[in-house]
Design a protein. Structure first.
Length: 153
């Protein structure tokens, strides 16, 4: 999955910054910054060498040459190029990782015909840091898997 040469695709250039939900029905090439969510269920996503994505991604195929912080779900294939950096979990049927690529997270290879699971959304570090110290310092205080305070009675 190289830079799309022909056909219908959208291109987000180096100087473009997008915050929010990004969805579409054509292939997408990102060389700028995107934060939020990216959903291209039946299409391919290529993150170029200058691309910086902080989002959970859902697409048919995902190729990473830049950086991704978030979970990646691909119904077909994920490809991490040598300059690619992914910090998050990967759910896919097929994966290719070139020498030099960086992946911090788990890889879940799906069986053919199986529905990919809904990836667990991990809380942002700032949400955990915002937890009051009194809630975490108490011996009876516990945090949930989402990092929220929970008091035992």
């Amino acid at each position: 999955m190289e830079t799309p040469k022909t056909g219908e695709f959208a291109h987000i250039g180096k100087s473009v910054v997008i915050k929010g939900e990004l969805s579409g029905s054509e292939d997408l090439y990102v060389d700028g910054q995107v934060s939020g969510t990216i959903e291209l269920r039946n299409n391919s996503l290529t993150i170029g060498p200058n691309g910086q994505v902080k989002a959970n991604i859902t697409a048919k195929n995902v190729s990473v040459q830049g950086s991704v912080e978030g979970n990646v779900t691909a119904t077909e294939r994920v490809e991490l190029r040598k300059s690619g950096v992914v910090t998050g979990d990967v759910f896919t049927r097929r994966i290719a990782i070139e020498d030099g690529a960086f992946l911090k997270g788990k890889v879940d290879i799906q069986k053919e015909g199986a529905q990919p699971p809904k990836p667990e959304v991990k809380p942002a570090a700032s949400a955990i840091a915002a937890t009051p110290a009194s809630a975490t310092a108490s011996a009876s205080a516990v945090t949930t898997s989402q990092g929220l305070p929970f008091e035992r009675k």
